[in-house]
Ligand binder design. Structure first.
Ligand code: SAM
Length: 309
C-alpha cells in the first residue's frame, strides 16, 4: 500500500521523476518477475479517475509511462494496459496548463490548474511553490491559528494553502489576494473548482490586493485575525512595499502574521528582515518540524517567521 502511495502522491503533484522509488520497483520486479505491481501503480496513477478528471500534463504522463515501460521491459512480461495508456498520451496535444492534485491526509485532495512553467506571463504566481507546501503542512498541524478567524492571505498564487485551510481548518472568513490579473483569474477558477465557495462557512473572497497600492481602508475592511503569505520574499524591489503593508496591517487589527519563505538568496532575505526591524516589526523564527504531507524536496532552506509589534 505504501509503495502505491509513494507513486501516487508525487505523480499527481507532478514531482520530479527521479524522486520516485524506482529502485524499490526494480527490486520487486527482479524478485517476483510479475507485472502486478506495475499494473497496480498504473491503476493508481494514469488510469485513476482523478487523472481522468484533473490530468497532469501530457508530457509528464508520457515521461512517467516511459519510465514504467523501461522497468517492465527489463523485469517482466509486457503489460498491454501500459502500452494502451502510452498510446493515449502520445496522440494528445501538450498545453501550457495542466492540473496538479495534492492529496490530503484524510483522503481528500485539492486539484489546481497550474502552468507547466515556473515563470510565465511575467509572474511566478501560476504554480505552487515549496514554501506554500510547507505552510499548508504547518496549517494542517496548527488549525487553531485559523479556526473561527478571518484570514487574509497575501500573494496567494494558485491557491493551495488557502483552499486547504478552508477545507480543513474551519476559518470564519478567508480572503485570498494577489495582484496579477492572470493569477487572480486562475485563483478564482481554482477556488471554484474545489467547491470552496459552496461550503458554509467560511465566507470566501478573492481580492486584488497590490502591496504597493493597498489602502488602510482596504485593510481595515478585511479586519484580519490571521495573515499568512508563502514565498513572497524574493524580490528586493518589492520588499519595501510589502513591509509597509505589513506595518499597516499590524497597526490596523494587530493580527497574528506568519510568513513562510524559501531562502534562495541570503542577502535578499536578510534585507527583508532588516527592513522589518527598521519599520518597528519584530519577528521570531518558528522552529519545530511539521509532518510531511506533500511530496517535495526537503533540501531547500525554508523558514517561517511570526511577526509582531
Ligand atoms: C512566488 S509566488 C508565490 C505564490 C504562492 N504563495 C505560493 O507560494 O505558491 C509570489 C506571489 O506573490 C504575488 N505578488 C508579487 N508581487 C506582488 C504585489 N506587489 N502585490 C500582491 N501580490 C504580489 C505574485 O503575483 C505571486 O502570486
Amino acid at each position: 500500500m505504501d509503495i502505491l502511495k509513494d507513486f501516487q502522491a508525487p505523480f499527481f503533484a507532478m514531482s520530479r521523476l527521479p524522486s520516485f522509488p524506482w529502485t524499490f520497483l526494480g527490486k520487486d520486479l527482479e524478485s517476483n518477475k510479475s507485472s502486478e505491481l506495475i499494473s497496480d501503480i498504473l491503476k493508481q496513477t494514469c488510469l485513476h479517475s482523478l487523472c481522468r478528471k484533473f490530468p497532469p500534463s501530457v508530457r509528464y504522463r508520457k515521461l512517467f509511462l516511459c519510465q514504467l515501460i523501461k522497468r517492465e521491459a527489463a523485469g517482466c512480461d509486457p503489460l498491454d494496459e501500459l502500452y494502451d495508456a502510452l498510446a493515449e498520451v502520445v496522440g494528445a496535444e501538450d498545453t501550457s496548463e495542466c492540473y496538479k492534485s495534492y492529496l490530503l491526509p484524510g483522503g481528500d485532495s485539492v486539484s489546481l490548474r497550474e502552468n507547466v512553467a515556473m515563470i510565465s506571463d511575467g509572474t511566478t504566481g501560476l504554480v505552487t511553490w515549496e514554501a506554500a507546501l510547507y505552510l499548508t503542512e504547518w496549517a494542517l498541524e496548527h488549525q487553531q491559528a485559523f479556526s473561527g478567524r478571518t484570514v487574509l492571505e497575501l500573494g496567494s498564487g494558485v491557491g493551495l494553502t488557502g483552499i486547504t485551510i478552508c477545507r480543513s481548518c474551519s476559518p470564519k472568513r478567508y480572503v485570498f489576494s494577489d495582484c496579477h490579473p492572470r493569477v487572480l483569474q486562475t485563483l478564482q477558477d481554482n477556488v471554484q473548482l474545489n467547491s470552496v465557495t459552496q461550503r458554509a462557512p467560511p465566507h470566501v473572497t478573492v481580492q486584488e490586493l497590490d502591496w504597493s497600492t493597498a489602502t488602510e481602508e482596504q485593510i481595515a475592511l478585511i479586519g484580519a485575525d490571521t495573515v499568512i503569505a508563502a514565498d513572497v520574499v524574493y524580490d528586493p524591489e518589492v520588499a519595501e512595499s510589502l513591509v509597509n503593508l505589513l506595518k499597516t496591517i499590524l497597526s490596523s487589527s494587530n493580527p497574528d502574521i506568519y510568513i513562510c519563505s524559501t531562502v534562495r538568496n541570503l542577502e535578499t532575505y536578510s534585507g527583508f528582515k532588516t527592513q522589518l526591524e527598521e519599520a518597528g516589526i519584530s519577528h521570531r523564527v518558528m522552529t519545530g518540524a511539521v509532518s510531511h504531507v506533500f511530496p517535495y524536496s526537503r533540501g531547500s532552506a525554508i523558514e517561517m517567521i511570526q511577526l509582531y509589534r
